[in-house]
Design a protein around this ligand. Structure first.
Ligand code: NAD
Ligand code: 44H
Length: 380
């Protein structure tokens, strides 16, 4: 069994690659970072080092690596003969992965087992986004290509911090993980990933994950940055930041209870586990990584505006989420291209225009005015 995995970064090596390896797949990593591809090619194994309570070291073997920027034809050949394709590149990069999978499907015999495609990104419907990009690219032969593949959305959860520049290909991760995959598209032929669980309906899982783990994480990062803190664990130790995270998460939990029928007790226990994960002192995670790409994080269906908009539509409280949004608007990190772009837009656009452009909210939406006020405050 062979899996082609696009994106050999933190979560690619520290989670998806590991679980595919444990499921018995040979993993072919595909990445555009030449030194990373070379290091993976030169190695027989790497270590996933789980830090914190219950953590173990796991060894990954049986992998290869291909540079998709330099050798697109080799990537297409690997895809043509793979059982599974996964991605962990970031939601905005999926459009650059689409050509490789389309080229691979074109070479794949029509009677081969269907290629099982799963995007493992922090976004709702990431596999649908990838599929859409593939369809737009394929044009007329799309139906023929689509018949050779199955597409399943997934929700992945494991905190994998940025790794030290001189750290090689080993990865430090937290012990916790969860990988939920929608079951329906596969029929009887589920991928062999013992560490994943297959669910009938992914919607509640991905929203609970994105609107709790990632909303809480982003809130900690933005309030932590405002407090001058660098590490996520230190941000959680700050009384004001911790209170802000609790406030935002109580609001998203109320929404998830109302929308998906989780019980308040279930959500309380889910939140407690997550806060313990954020506090893991052995995990060297930073506010800069967790707050990265603030324009993506402030977009319409993402972890801040997404739940706040739905809560406002239902008349539920949103003050904690608005405080997180206000802190996100002040995320001023020179090395982060989107933070630089956000600062530029805050200087160029009036508060209404900025809100429409960045958050996708329109003036008729019940959250619009409150967000405009936060934007105006950030512009002062
Ligand atoms: N790190 C985490 O804790 C975590 C957890 C769950 C989900 N995720 C999600 O996983 C995705 C990746 O996050 P990450 O933290 O591993 O980031 P990362 O930057 O460590 O890894 C991304 C990798 O993708 C590669 N890449 C970029 N463009 C590419 C292309 N065109 N083709 C192939 N490879 C390409 C980069 O070189 C890099 O190695 C994101 O969507 C993120 O939200 C991350
Ligand atoms: O990867 P992003 O930028 O969408 O979000 C940053 C972190 O919140 C995220 O990577 C978490 O560590 C991860 O989602 C935990 O499962």
């Amino acid at each position: 069994m062979k899996a082609v995995h696009f994106g050999a970064g933190n979560i690619g090596r520290g989670f998806v690659g590991l679980l595919l390896h444990e499921g018995g797949y040979e993993v072919v990593f595909s990445d555009v970072a030449a030194p990373l591809v070379e290091a993976l090619t030169a190695a027989d194994s790497y270590l996933v080092h789980e830090v914190g309570t219950g953590g173990e070291d796991k060894t990954v073997t049986g992998f290869r690596a291909v540079n998709s920027a330099e050798n697109a034809s080799a990537v297409a050949e690997e895809v043509a003969t793979a059982d599974v394709v996964t991605t962990a590149v970031g939601p905005t990069i999926l459009k650059f992965i689409a050509p490789h999978i389309v080229a691979g499907l074109r070479q794949r015999p029509a009677d081969a087992q269907k290629l099982q495609i799963m995007a493992c990104e922090n976004a709702i419907g990431a596999t649908d986004t990838l599929r859409q990009a593939m369809q737009e690219l394929a044009g007329e032969d799309w139906d023929e290509l689509a018949a050779k593949a199955v597409f399943a959305n997934t929700a992945v959860d494991r905190i994998v911090p940025g790794q030290p520049a001189d750290g090689g290909i080993d990865v430090t991760v937290e012990p916790f993980y969860e990988w939920a995959i929608e079951k329906g598209p596969f029929g009887e032929n589920l991928p062999n990933i013992p560490g994943a669980h297959f669910v009938d309906e992914l919607g509640p899982y991905i929203e609970r994950k994105l609107f709790t783990v990632n909303t809480g994480h982003a809130t900690a990062a933005y309030l932590g940055t405002a407090a001058g803190l660098e590490k996520i664990a230190d941000a959680l130790a700050d009384e004001h930041v911790a209170a802000g995270v609790t406030a935002a998460l109580e609001e998203t939990s109320a929404l998830l209870v109302a929308k998906h029928g989780f019980s308040p007790d279930q959500m309380q226990s889910y939140r407690n586990t997550i806060l313990d994960r954020f506090r893991n002192p052995a995990l060297p995670d930073t506010v800069d990584r967790v707050g990265r790409q603030p324009l993506r994080k402030l977009s319409r269906h993402e972890r801040l505006i997404g739940p706040a908009a739905e809560a406002a539509e239902r008349g539920l409280p949103v003050q904690g989420l608005l405080a997180a949004i206000e802190a996100a608007l002040a995320f001023d990190v020179a090395a982060d291209e989107q933070a630089v772009e956000m600062k530029k837009l805050l200087g160029q656009l009036n508060a209404e225009a900025f809100t429409e452009k960045v958050t996708g909210l329109t003036s008729a939406h019940p959250l619009f005015t409150a967000v405009v006020q936060r934007v105006a405050a950030a512009q002062r």
